[in-house]
Ligand binder design. Structure first.
Ligand SMILES: O=C(O)CCC(=O)C(=O)O
Ligand SMILES: [Fe+2]
Length: 337
């Protein structure tokens, strides 16, 4: 059956998020890889979200990134505002509470603060070519001053590089899941966009409008997101919308990361892979932190539907644009600059 035909029959009324074991991610046996790719394909076609366990990123790397993230957000607002994202030309830096709108249908501002950065070698390089080529987001990151956050940069960059490596090893499996050669994405992800955002969701207090979300209902924009949610203590905040318009909980599960697909994959696969609407709201009464890494293709890549994803019953759903144009439009809509 073609992917397009299979997608017509997909069961998209899921009630929970599957967990996929990545212990075989580096196994080169084609039958082992095929079995893993098929598990990924089912999750991508039916849910657009899955957890991964045995992902290979050391717990200590995750914990250090989380602990430094907490310390960064506890700095005084004036210190964080020195690296306000609105002062940078390339969407890097700090965004304060209520500075972005993810749910454009309500227009409500989100109750979270964040800090974004892209590719950078941990040991700084004068001529970091990868950073210079990082598409719409090309150019330097901005960091808090060393005396304000002495270990923040190293800790979050260490996690960044580990997560980028994991993301790179997932692309061949996504390709296999789409009946393509595993190398299909290689020349489309040479300088692939990888933007990390560390996030803090303060608890909703009674003075906050009930309708406000931590991050309003939205889809992600890139190919896929790797999301680390704090697990200690575990806070249920993230929810995914299924085809019956029910919000399905995606609670933190120790030892896992969440993988969710974004709009670039939806466009590329003519919605065979789902980029599902999700939101996160922290009603726990205590602080919540999460760290997504948004992983895309090179910005000059045209998001043309893959052959097997189009049929007479499933004509192309999206106008073809480049990955960079798409992300830029969404960034402007969310942050208004
Ligand atoms: O914090 C979370 O659990 C989700 C964050 C998210 O969806 C996003 O930043 O795009
Ligand atoms: Fe998201």
């Amino acid at each position: 059956m073609s992917l397009a035909d299979a997608a017509e029959k997909a069961d998209v009324s899921f009630s929970k998020i599957p967990i996929i074991d990545l212990k075989n991610i580096s196994n080169s046996d084609p039958s082992v890889r095929q079995a893993l790719a098929e598990e990924i394909r089912d999750a991508c076609m039916n849910v657009g979200f899955f957890y991964v366990k045995n992902h290979g990123i050391p717990e200590a790397t995750l914990e250090a990134a989380l602990s430094e993230t907490k310390q960064f957000f506890s700095l005084p607002l004036e210190t964080k505002m020195e690296i306000d994202m609105r002062k940078t030309p390339n969407f890097k830096g700090y965004n304060p509470l209520f500075s972005g709108t993810n749910d454009l249908s309500t227009g409500l501002k989100d109750l979270h603060e964040g800090f974004e950065f892209g590719w950078e070698e941990i040991i700084p390089k004068d001529n970091d070519e990868k950073r210079a080529n990082d598409g719409v987001m090309a150019g330097s990151n901005v960091w808090p001053r060393k005396q304000d956050a002495p270990h923040f940069r190293e800790a979050v960059l260490s996690y960044y590089h580990a997560a980028v490596n994991l993301g790179k090893s997932l692309f061949p499996l996504f390709a296999r899941a789409l009946d393509l050669p595993e190398t299909f994405f290689d020349d489309k992800t040479r300088n692939s966009a990888a933007l990390m955002r560390v996030m803090h969701y303060p608890p909703h207090t009674p003075d906050v409008d009930e309708r406000v979300q931590g991050v309003g209902a939205h889809t992600d924009w890139e190919c896929f997101t790797l999301l680390y949610q704090q697990t200690d203590p575990p806070i249920q905040a993230l929810q995914v919308l299924n085809a019956s318009n029910q919000w399905v909980d995606a609670p933190p599960i120790p030892g896992t990361l969440v993988v969710n697909l974004g709009d670039q994959f939806a466009r590329w696969t003519n919605d065979v892979f789902k980029s599902n609407v999700h939101r996160a709201t922290n009603k726990s009464g205590i602080e919540r932190y999460s760290i997504p890494l948004f992983f895309g293709t090179d910005y000059d890549v045209r998001l043309e539907p893959i052959e097997g994803c189009v049929s007479a019953e499933r004509p192309p759903k999206y106008e073809v644009i480049t990955a960079g144009q798409y992300v830029k439009e969404r960034l402007k809509a969310t942050y208004g600059h």
